[in-house]
Design a protein around this ligand. Structure first.
Ligand SMILES: [Zn+2]
Length: 201
């Protein structure tokens, strides 16, 4: 029988399982919490419980919010005719931070990945196609990451959306030289994509 973990080992194990946490940072965080039981640890426990109780997944777009539908879907001032499809909720936050897009969103919950066994049924694709088929969108932006799986997913979705026959404009994010980026520091894939999607001056 495996030896039972001590409370401390268990805490480190659960912290280390969080994205962005390694064993080392998990140990440091655990120590910090235990040294500040009445302040940091108690506040964290209360915050986690409040989040568990109040934050829900939006049934329309997949965003996380305290209201359902989420505040973006419920905001009637936002244009209703443009939809931005993203991989995850954090991508909504990233696009919102730019303040350069004001339309609707749809979270896929990942990308197609045959190696990891992620198929269309594992993603929120049916609800996406259903939303598009309802006919309110003139344009769908496929804002997947510039990874092989991201681009495969975008191509797959573009085919599925075309097959709906609704005449919706399908676009994707331009990939290219990052603002402030020097060519010398970029990988060949980025430069080659930037060349292909070059724009007239
Ligand atoms: Zn929503």
């Amino acid at each position: 029988m495996a030896k039972e973990l001590s409370a401390l080992e268990n805490l480190v194990k659960h912290l280390a399982a969080l994205p962005g946490f390694g064993r080392r940072s998990a140990r440091r965080a655990a120590l910090h919490l235990l040294l500040h039981k009445d302040t940091a640890l108690t506040a964290l426990i209360n915050t986690l419980e409040a989040a568990r109780e109040s934050i829900v997944e939006c049934p329309v777009c997949g965003n996380l919010d305290e209201q359902s539908p989420c505040s973006i879907c419920a905001n009637t001032k936002r244009p209703q005719d443009i939809l931005c499809v993203v991989e995850g909720v954090s991508d909504i936050w990233a696009v919102e931070r730019t303040q350069s897009y004001n339309g609707q969103y749809h979270v896929l919950g990942g990308v197609l990945s045959p190696l990891d066994g992620v198929s269309p049924a594992d993603l929120r694709m049916d609800s996406l196609l259903m939303r598009i088929n309802e006919g309110q969108f003139n344009e769908v932006i496929l804002a997947m990451g510039a990874t092989v799986n991201g681009q495969t997913t975008a191509h797959y979705l573009a085919d599925e959306i075309l097959a709906l026959g609704r005449g919706v404009k399908i676009s994707r994010l331009a990939h290219g030289v990052p603002v402030g980026g020097e060519l010398d520091y970029l990988d060949e894939g980025t430069i080659s994509t930037a060349l292909k999607s070059r724009a007239a001056i």
